[in-house]
Design a protein around this ligand. Sequence first.
Ligand code: AMP
Ligand code: MG
Length: 491
Amino acid sequence: MTTVERSHFAFDNTYARELTGLYEPWRANVVADPRLLAFNDELADELGLDSAFLRSPDGVAVLVGNVVPDGAEPIAQAYSGHQFGGFSPRLGDGRALLLGELIDVRGRRRDIHLKGSGRTPFARGGDGKAAIGPMLREFIMGEAMHALGVPTTRALAVVATGESIARESLLPGAVLARVASSHLRVGTFQFAATTHDNDLLKRLADYAIARHYPEVAGADNPYLSFYERVVDAQAALIARWMNLGFIHGVMNTDNMTISGETIDYGPCAFMDAFNPETVFSSIDHQGRYAYGNQPMIGQWNLARLAEAIVTLFDDDTDTAVKLATDVLVSFTERFHTYWLAGMRAKLGFDGVAEGDVEIVNDLLALLHSERVDFTSFFRTLSRSLRGDSSRLDALFANRMGLLAWMPRWRSRLGADDAAVAERMDAVNPMYVPRNHLVEEALAAGTHGDLSVMSNLLEVLSDPYSERAGLERWAEPAPIEYTEGYATFCGT
Ligand code: AMP
Ligand code: MG
């Protein structure tokens, strides 16, 4: 094994240093034939990393886990999780490693994490591996969310391992190098709570405060303020998802971050025709993580976080529970406020007016009953302000409801139609990673043709500006495709 010159990375591994008890030091599997499939130059620049080096064989050896760069301290992080409602006290990184932390060019601390890098002490029955398709999916979805302005983890690279891995069929394996503002999850706190080591729990909370919410350190009750900040960050995040028609698909507590970044793009998807019951995950039989359930599940997960850290809120249990409950309950109002502000912006409304919620809710009921494509609707609506209603009309088989709703919407707008349309287009994406486009990119990528994915990424990198020649990327999938669509979890 070679070592890599220190100059390539300046790791500073606070998690490993400060949170003994919440990880196992570990090494990635060495793979025989690594090949770089996808690389994120923009993110590498942001991290102050040398793209030319990372794309070279020595760099790829680092990205796949074959070589531990100088300064890295690979660890498998421990966490628990409520999965589909049931508690698993010991999950943890079963097939992933935190390589270390870097300070990016803007001074932000970022985790560099490998996923699919082999079995760890947390692997349970799993093989520790990942297939190319799901890792490319994570790359695409993360970049799309980033370009849409949604807090998210991002992929730095996907490297094919040259190995075949056993799923329903044999699939080519890959390792994803992922970047996050941290990998602290609700499940990390749940794990700390299971140890009954209050000092460890406190250290974790102090660590999370220092890393994500340093401004609460001086508050009267820093741990309660910390909890409030997490509740607020998740309310804001889930509101963004709802505004965009994004379905995470597996909102287990181990997949909910403390930072408020979207993490773990498994069975996620953007909804086509508006329907709150939409579920894409093939393993979500009950529809627990359906589009319309996401706010409620977010709050449920935050209740689990409160349970894990409630002892830090007050020495008196009743007082502590009361404090936690008040913050938890505030999720509903916070979410609603973020969500409504987002919907107002989507509809081009300025300021706040009585009756906005009704206009929004009646619209959503209409989109639901007419099975209208959620993303297309808002762009065709702004287009109608520019004098072309043909695309809007084409979305509705029956226009009665639309005809009744339009004047209510119109009467709420300012005088300058062009300005309203422009504002709307700045928040309503033209291009989202539609399921059929993602699948097409993954199928080609799995067979070695990365050009389809790179075209898609190019389109998604600027989602709000309509460009000639990209009509294909804006179109909904055929309805038969949408209704039979399932994504597969964590393979
Ligand atoms: P996920 O729902 O994909 O976030 O994963 C839930 C848990 O299962 C985490 O602890 C993962 O590390 C673990 N896991 C998922 N897939 C594998 C695998 N192939 N091998 C080992 N652990 C896995
Ligand atoms: Mg996960």
